[in-house]
Design a protein around this ligand. Structure first.
Ligand code: GLY
Ligand code: MN
Ligand code: MN
Length: 447
């Protein structure tokens, strides 16, 4: 199997071209006759003539392995044959001197196993031809207004020819239901990359634990994490890192990372690297000075027990909500033990008062996007877990000052997060190597 050259620099081999081609075939089989249109991403200006680092569109990459901007995948799906066509940037020696290598249609067709490839400039003339006499367009309508208009323009160009006997597609079908279902269940190639991402991320979090001292700024820990990602070949974080010390840990999406960390506080780090486009997503919460106080330890142990309950429920045959429900039960018992809440566990569950301290869910699908695609319910029922599904397990416990909160627990915010793959008999923890027991964290930080 050949492996296409990929401009993404990384220590992990790119997925084989055949894996992407197989996904195109699977998608076509699910979609049925018509024309599928999957636009890639474009470069986005940051300011003046500087761009943000380019990131390909996840769905486009999943189906192609092609990592250049300004490209579109078109699948012409007949009842007995599928033609896969790539539109991409032309070769351009002048631009390549300034910006670097680009495949051009001929080399891209060859390297990525397409049936045909054309310059992106030919999209508007070729698409109306490709859509003629086709029953349907498979396209993610409503994601990008400019693409919506463009597809409508092609459709109208076909409709304008009806008096010559040409028929225009009569249906526009949202491609995402089929594509997202495919992406939800990962394959062996994806496992390999996700395992590497988990391992690299776990090492970076440990580096931050070793480096932490009272008096440092939160961004100094962020720098240690990012340094370790780069060093290990992850050139981009999968999302903006959260380094939240003291009261900031109770701000769920805190991202300023510019507070000075104090002796006696906890710091919560939620950070993830990206490897070959795939995310890792770890949260660890640890004492800035290396030793948990009794109050911090009490809340931490409850959160860790909730995580264990969620793990126990993370197995095939169980439904998506079961890990969350199991974790929530343990957290509620803990809230009662710490005298933060009164009433029976069932009452607390019923009236939702636990949401004062636990207001998010226990996980999300993870893959090419950190919050990956895939429905959580099917026909109004929570989805059944099956081997190959990848998701996070991330219970939390956040105690903001309030009338019912004893002083010693004020501002304690804890989240612990690992990433798992559902296997045939349970799950595999991708981020197990990052310590999370009180003893293991204190030992690492003392070392
Ligand atoms: N870092 C985003 C999340 O944990 O969902
Ligand atoms: Mn997460
Ligand atoms: Mn996270």
């Amino acid at each position: 199997m050949s492996t296409a050259h990929s401009p993404v620099s990384h220590p992990v081999a790119a997925q084989p071209v055949a894996a992407h081609a197989a996904r195109r075939a699977q998608l076509a089989a699910r979609l049925g006759p018509g024309v599928a249109i999957v636009p890639g991403a474009e470069e986005i200006n940051r300011n003046a003539d500087s761009t943000y680092p380019f990131r390909f569109d996840s769905g486009f990459f999943y189906l192609t392995g092609f990592t250049e901007p300004d490209a579109v995948l078109v699948q012409v799906i007949g009842s007995d044959k599928v033609e896969n066509i790539l539109f991409c940037r032309q070769k351009d020696e002048e631009r390549e001197i300034w910006d670097g290598y680009r495949y051009g249609p001929d080399a891209a067709r060859e390297a990525f196993a397409f049936d045909a490839a054309y310059p992106i400039e030919e999209l508007d003339t070729r698409l109306p031809q490709l859509l003629a006499n086709q029953p349907a367009i498979h396209f993610a309508l409503g994601v990008n207004a400019q693409w919506d208009l463009r597809v409508a323009g092609w459709l109208n160009a076909v409709r304008a020819q009806v008096r010559t006997g040409v028929q225009a597609p009569s249906r526009i079908i949202d491609i995402r239901s089929a594509l997202n279902e495919l992406r939800l269940v990962k394959d062996e190639h994806e496992f390999t990359i996700l395992r590497a991402a988990g391992r690299i991320n776990a090492a970076a979090h440990q580096r931050a634990m070793r480096f932490a001292r009272p008096g440092q700024m939160e961004y100094e820990l962020e720098a240690e994490i990012l340094h370790d990602y780069y060093r290990q070949g992850s050139r981009f974080p999968a999302y903006s890192s959260i380094v939240a010390s003291g009261p900031n840990a109770c701000v769920l999406h805190y991202g300023e990372n510019n507070r000075r960390m104090q002796d006696g506080e906890l710091v919560l780090i939620d950070a993830g690297c990206e490897i070959n486009g795939y995310a890792s997503d770890i949260t660890r919460t640890f004492p800035v000075n290396g030793t948990f106080t009794p109050a911090q330890k009490a809340v931490y142990e409850i959160t860790l027990a909730a995580m264990q309950a969620a793990f126990d429920a993370a197995k095939p045959g169980n439904t998506w909500n079961m890990p969350h429900d199991a974790a929530t039960r343990v957290l509620i018992d803990g809230m009662r033990e710490l005298k933060l809440l009164t009433g029976s566990a069932d009452e607390i569950l019923e009236n939702g008062s636990y949401k004062q301290f636990y207001m998010h869910r226990t996980g999300h699908w993870m893959g090419l996007d950190v919050h990956d695609v895939g429905d959580y319910q099917v026909n109004g029922q929570w989805r059944t877990l099956t081997p190959g599904m990848v998701f996070t397990v991330e219970p939390g416990f956040y105690i903001r000052p309030a009338a019912n909160v004893p002083r010693e627990f004020e501002h304690i915010g804890i989240r612990i997060e690992d990433d798992i793959i559902i296997t045939t008999d349970g799950h595999e923890n991708l981020t197990e190597s990052c310590p999370k027991s009180v003893a293991a964290i204190e030992a690492l930080m003392a070392g």
